[in-house]
Design a protein. Structure first.
Length: 244
């Protein structure tokens, strides 16, 4: 299996960090299974950009929190195009508020979407990946909040800490199959999720005095997906400008 015919599923890849990862992997010669939730126009635009880079692209639309919907879409894509060599679990949500004021729905939606998404997305990809006997790469996306916690993000921090634990456990199960499982923990990255944070606040909390760029997360994902990263597994790698 050469790089040219290795496929990678990237959730939330129509925009933001996911799109940046898709573009860099396409440049590296991977084919892309592009996932989006609802923004069809953004997905079509990203698909066009990936095609221009020479990548073969399949598009999957589902809500990562809806288990049967996810399973059906992934199984259909694998049936048509073959198993994935890699999976990047990027999609997730946040709903920030102080814990005493946090509603049940704000807790449930964030924890279940982000943490259940790990199972819903990765589980149906595992056996097809194993059966290729070609190894593989799984990359999950946590957050600095999942490592250190953050005010107003008890729900988000809990879900991302859970992602870290699940990543470490899964890596042990898949290591003998030559499938690596690693976690990227971004800090403040220039995306819609942090668009309202004032620049002065960023300078106060980030030693490098700026937000990171999606491409700076994508560069690490591209490395972890490469043959050079074959001996790296069970790791949580922070990209946060020195926040922790």
């Amino acid at each position: 299996m050469t790089t040219e015919n290795k496929r990678v599923l990237i959730t939330g890849s129509s925009r933001g960090i996911g799109k940046a990862i898709a573009l860099q992997l396409a440049q590296a010669g991977f084919d892309i299974a592009l996932h989006f939730h609802s923004n069809v126009d953004a997905a079509e635009q990203t698909k066009s950009e990936l095609n221009d880079l020479g990548a073969s692209v399949s598009c999957l639309q589902f809500d990562i929190a809806q288990r049967e919907q996810v399973k059906a879409a992934i199984e259909a894509d694998i049936e048509q195009h073959g198993a994935y060599y890699g999976v990047v679990l990027n999609a997730g949500i946040n709903c920030d508020t102080a814990f005493p004021a946090m509603t049940e729905s704000e807790w449930d939606s964030v924890v279940h979407t982000n943490l259940d998404g790990f199972y819903n997305v990765i589980h149906p990809t595992i056996m097809p990946m194993i059966q290729t006997r070609q190894g593989g790469r799984i990359i999950t996306m946590a957050s600095v909040s999942g490592i250190a916690g953050n005010r107003g993000q008890v729900n988000y921090s809990a879900s991302k800490a859970g992602i870290i634990g699940a990543t470490k456990a899964l890596s042990l199960e898949l290591a003998k199959r030559k499938i690596t499982v690693n976690c990227i923990a971004p800090g403040l990255i220039e995306t819609d999720m942090v668009a309202e944070i004032p620049k002065d606040m960023v300078k106060e909390i980030v030693p490098m005095r700026r937000m990171g760029k999606p491409s700076e997360i994508a560069g690490l994902a591209k490395f972890l997906m490469s043959d050079d990263a074959a001996y790296i597994t069970r790791q949580v790698i922070s990209v946060n400008g020195g926040m922790i």
